[in-house]
Ligand binder design. Structure first.
Ligand SMILES: Cc1cc2nc3c(=O)[nH]c(=O)nc-3n(C[C@H](O)[C@H](O)[C@H](O)COP(=O)(O)O)c2cc1C
Length: 326
């Protein structure tokens, strides 16, 4: 069955390049549906896009369609992927702030498919801290971005902000569409990050795990359709879009959290760096400095992997080997 890509075109000088994207996708047997913002139609005509996509171009949220359906919801449901190219600073800001005040933003808001922005703007606009913060925020929520190129810009400046080449945009779209939903309906539990083992209320023992591997695995599994729970030690990472995060501190808490979810899971992927040992006694008050040396006795933490192995039955158990680069 043909895949459907909805393409939002916004009001930038590079809007005409979206014609090549539409044409290139159609050559790949992709059904394309174009939404122009009101401002984009100052740069390009709906007619060109209609001719290339062979579908009606939409700009007006309130236009009555022939078969009565709410157009923005119908398009959002139809989309296997949503591409915004070129994406203005304005559309990025609007989506980042939940604004849905025209056909494009309203349809994006209703879409459940992957959403890809290909920004294009003057370098100063692109580097503006607010635009960058909006991009970082959207990325953290699972939106994809195709970096603009460096080069000579229409405004006469030279720098970053040129729309990525249509062939590169098409490649990203095709790759994302290829991602199968082979994990649809599967429950996957991922562990990530370090654990922290308390010495007293102020101090703890931990390790240098960043959690990046587990978070990347969780994100990939969610993108492939799995329902994902991520049991995470303390990290500075944003929870991937569509993933439920369960925060833990110590190895004992991680052990408890893993076994609470164990019946629910199809597969457990262990990417956390769980401490093998913890202080045998956790002081209830801050240990005071004295003139003497002190000794900290460590006791074994339960081996989560071994316990899982014993009870695994038909479940898939994956243990990631971490390489330490010194
Ligand atoms: C000639 C011209 C070129 C423009 N080019 C860009 C651009 O490349 N990128 C951008 O973010 N805004 C550009 N703008 C500003 C946008 O058109 C403006 O922010 C507008 O509100 C965008 O609306 P839209 O995002 O709803 O399409 C340009 C404006 C003009 C007049």
């Amino acid at each position: 069955m043909k895949k459907n890509v909805v393409i939002g075109v916004t009001g930038g000088i590079a809007a005409y390049k979206a014609l090549d994207v539409v044409s290139g996708l159609r050559k790949q047997e992709i059904e394309t549906h174009v939404i122009l913002t009101q401002n984009a139609s100052e740069f390009v005509t709906p007619l060109s896009f209609e001719a290339l996509s062979n579908n009606e171009v939409v700009t007006d949220t309130f236009k009555r369609t022939k078969s009565w359906e709410v157009e923005h919801i119908a398009l959002a449901k139809k989309a296997d992927l949503f591409l915004v190219a070129p994406a203005t600073a304005n559309i990025i800001g609007k989506v980042a702030h939940g604004i849905a005040d025209d056909m494009l933003t309203t349809t994006i808001m209703a879409a459940r498919c992957p959403i890809v922005f290909a920004p294009a703007m003057n370098t100063a606009m692109y580097e503006n801290i607010i635009v960058q913060e909006n991009i970082t925020f959207l990325k953290s929520k699972g939106y994809h971005f195709i970096e603009p190129d460096n080069g000579f810009l229409a405004c006469g400046d030279r720098g970053k902000g040129k729309l990525a080449k249509p062939e590169d945009i098409i490649e990203v779209v095709l790759n994302l569409l290829k991602k199968s939903h082979d994990l649809e309906g599967k429950h996957i539990l991922v562990t990530a990050g370090p654990t922290i083992e308390a010495i007293d209320p102020m101090r703890y023992i931990t390790n240098h795990s960043s959690g990046k591997m587990g978070y990347a695995i969780a994100e990939e599994a969610a993108q492939r359709g799995a329902t994902v729970k991520l049991i995470s030690g303390p990290t500075t990472l944003q929870c991937p879009w569509g993933v439920e995060r369960i925060d833990v501190g110590s190895a004992l808490q991680m052990y408890e959290a893993v076994f609470k979810c164990f019946d629910w899971t199809y597969a457990v992927i262990k990417a956390a760096a769980v401490a093998d040992y913890r202080p045998e006694i956790v002081s209830s008050s801050k240990i005071k400095k004295t003139g003497e040396d002190i000794q900290l006795k460590l006791t074994r933490n339960p081996d989560i992997l071994q316990s899982l192995g014993r009870q695994k039955g038909n479940k898939v158990l994956v243990y990631t080997i971490k390489t330490l680069i010194l």
